[in-house]
Design a protein around this ligand. Structure first.
Ligand SMILES: Cc1cc2nc3c(=O)[nH]c(=O)nc-3n(C[C@H](O)[C@H](O)[C@H](O)COP(=O)(O)O)c2cc1C
Length: 173
């Protein structure tokens, strides 16, 4: 059974990105095992001095979860025209460990507009050698208005785009 690790770039309780993740889980085929990162809140601030075998326990666990996965899903908002600090912070811990290397990534940027964070994340994922391609990188502007509180994507073009991306992602696992 293929393993998928999921990172929500928002730490907010009623997160839109969390709802998109739940919608994606319903699209995923049954023969996958999905594990969610508990919360980015628990990942300590990146410090190069601790970026070794004595890394904080939460970082070690985060790296192990990434390494154990066959593919990674990230769904994130944009903050202040960029990647949310807590998500970028977590990714910074994985540069030396190469935890993303060769892993297929499904990237969703669900924000008001989101283009800058989306493109920045593509650059970051490329530099850490993640397997990220256009077909699995979806920008959802006006994201709040396209999903309801029951995790149902109400904007059919967005739903179709996500279904296609999820299928493409699963074929890469
Ligand atoms: C501090 C802050 C800054 C934001 N800056 C941007 C921005 O620059 N561009 C954008 O498209 N959305 C911006 N947003 C809106 C969020 O990306 C949007 O509401 C997103 O859907 C929130 O995701 P969430 O519901 O998963 O937390 C910002 C939101 C916050 C809280």
């Amino acid at each position: 059974m293929k393993k998928i690790f999921v990172i929500c770039g928002s730490t907010r309780k009623n997160s839109t990105n969390h709802r998109y993740i739940e919608a994606i889980k319903k699209i995923l085929e049954n023969n996958v095992q999905v594990t969610d990162l508990d919360s980015l809140i628990n990942i300590p601030h990146f410090n190069p001095d601790d970026d070794n075998e004595n890394a904080p326990a939460q970082v070690k666990e985060f790296r192990q979860q990434l390494c154990a996965s066959d593919g990674i899903i990230i769904s994130t908002p944009e903050y202040a025209m960029g990647i949310p600090g807590s998500l970028k912070n977590a990714i910074d811990w994985t540069v030396s460990s190469s935890s993303f290397s060769k892993k297929p990534v499904l990237l969703i940027t669900a924000a008001s507009l989101g283009q800058k964070a989306h493109l920045a994340l593509m650059d970051v994922l490329n530099v850490i050698e993640a397997d990220i391609v256009e077909q699995t990188a979806i920008l959802i502007p006006f994201a709040n208005a396209k999903i309801d509180n029951n995790n149902h994507i109400t904007h059919s073009a967005t739903e179709q785009t996500i279904i296609k991306a999820v299928q493409f992602f699963q074929n890469k696992l």
